[in-house]
Design a protein around this ligand. Structure first.
Ligand code: HEM
Length: 409
């Protein structure tokens, strides 16, 4: 493969793992498009980049959210996801509290009823878009509770986050896309402004009220900092978990026997979720910027070079994940990088694992089989996240009194 692979091409988006395997064979650091950025393909180097914030700055990722041509401030781009230490740590501490085990246990109890209703609804309808009927409403409900948002606006939340994760730092070709990005940012700002105003006059038990009360060195957060937090939490908490649930369904299409195995032994569900996150990570990669000239695995990278850390490729690195193209429930191996590594390790990791566990516990206990009802899947055009845009499925209920398959009994 002599020409540079374009990671936004249809060819790559439709089967990234075959291309990533080829790039891994070429080396741990290879140049790709768009923009001639450097892709880190192997586990050790991926970990090394993610833990060296002083050499590899999150300002790289920020360029996807605030590219020079945007001509408008994007509050998302000023959130802690894109900051380096020490500023990053001070802001991160403000929201860690919302993700404690006690807070999650409370959410779990509420969530189970919601999940049951969505499973029942899918079974009544039989033919549904799995993304719309199940994968999206579960995390949208949870993010709505955490932030105290209006549940009837879930479709808008999804549309908004989708626009933000597909910005990619690549200038849109026509005015239409640029206009869509501006309109989305306007809508989000207007909506969050209303939420902030409401909470100022009537605080509630939610993260927005907590953030309004928060003080850094005795000083309240600025309007822009508050806005950035709301953008970050909605984007980071929604699209990622939607994609995780959709990918769980795709594993069931490929391995229907696993659904029955999980029903028989639900304690395997957390393992199933971890292997899904390795096999098809919701966050494919993250971006960093070299703060100085640096040599990575023998490759000289100049100051200012963009380094795209492929979490998806690291998760199939032959050194640690033999037979990585196979979904193996019993798989061991080193800590996964699906939720990142180092200072920016995902704050919502426990939350999304809990959401996925509850969703799957309810799904496998009631559904016999899920079958994909399309030949072709459209994938989100993003350098960072990966997920199907829609997933038309047929949902099969168990025949009454049907015994478990002999191989599982
Ligand atoms: C399957 C679900 C999820 C995956 C795979 C995922 C993955 C990641 C990854 C890889 C990062 C690090 C990015 C980097 O180093 O540049 C990250 C950061 C983050 N995630 Fe998640 N995430 C998920 C769900 C969530 C949820 C539900 C929330 C809740 C709001 C959340 C909130 C955050 C936040 C706030 C950060 C920034 C942390 C920081 O910069 O210190 N994520 N996530």
């Amino acid at each position: 493969m002599d020409t540079r692979l374009d990671l936004l091409s249809r060819e790559y988006l439709e089967s990234p793992h075959a291309h990533l395997a080829e790039l891994r064979r070429r080396g741990p650091v290879v140049q790709v498009d768009p923009g001639g950025m450097w892709l880190v393909t192997r586990y050790d180097e991926a970990q090394q980049v993610l833990k060296s914030a002083s050499l590899f700055s999150s300002q790289g990722l920020r360029l996807t959210a605030q590219p020079p041509w945007l001509q408008r401030v994007n509050p998302f781009a000023d959130s802690l996801l894109f900051l380096d230490p020490p500023q990053h740590g001070r802001l991160r501490a403000l929201i860690s509290r919302a993700f404690t085990p006690a807070a999650l246990a409370q959410l779990e109890a509420r969530l189970r009823g919601v999940v049951r209703r969505h499973v029942a609804d899918m079974m009544d309808k039989k033919h549904v878009d799995f993304v719309d009927a199940f994968a999206m409403p579960i995390p949208a409900t949870v993010m709505g509770w955490l932030l105290g948002l209006d549940a009837s606006l879930q479709q808008h939340f999804m549309r908004w986050t989708h626009v933000l994760v597909t910005m990619n730092g690549v200038q849109p070709e026509g005015a239409v896309e640029m206009e869509r990005q501006h309109r989305t940012l306007d809508e989000m700002e207007r909506y969050f402004q209303g939420v902030l105003d409401e909470r100022r006059s009537a605080p509630r038990d939610d993260m927005v009220s907590d953030l309004l009360r928060a003080r850094m060195d005795g000083v309240a957060l600025t309007h822009h900092e508050l806005m950035s937090f709301l953008f970050l939490l909605l984007v980071a908490g929604l699209e990622t978990t939607v994609n995780l649930l959709s990918q769980c369904a795709r594993v069931f299409f490929q391995h229907p026997e696993l659904l029955l195995r999980l029903r028989k032994d639900p304690t395997l569900i957390p393992r199933f979720v971890e292997e899904t996150l390795r096999y098809e990570p919701s966050v494919m990669s993250t971006l960093r910027l070299c703060t100085q000239d640096v040599t990575l695995a023998g490759v000289e990278l100049p100051q200012g070079a963009l380094v795209l850390v492929s979490l998806a490729s690291a998760a199939r690195d032959e050194k640690y994940f033999p037979d990585g193209d196979r979904f193996i429930l019993e798989r061991e191996g080193p800590p996964r990088l699906s939720f990142g590594h180092g200072a920016h390790y995902c704050l919502g990791a426990m939350l999304s694992r809990m959401e996925a566990r509850v969703a799957l516990e309810e799904l496998v206990s009631r559904v016999e089989r899920l079958e994909l009802r399309t030949e072709h899947i459209d994938w989100t055009t993003s350098l960072i996240v990966r997920g199907p845009v829609t997933l038309p499925v047929e949902v099969f209920a168990p025949a009454t009194g049907q015994p478990l398959p002999a191989r599982l009994a």
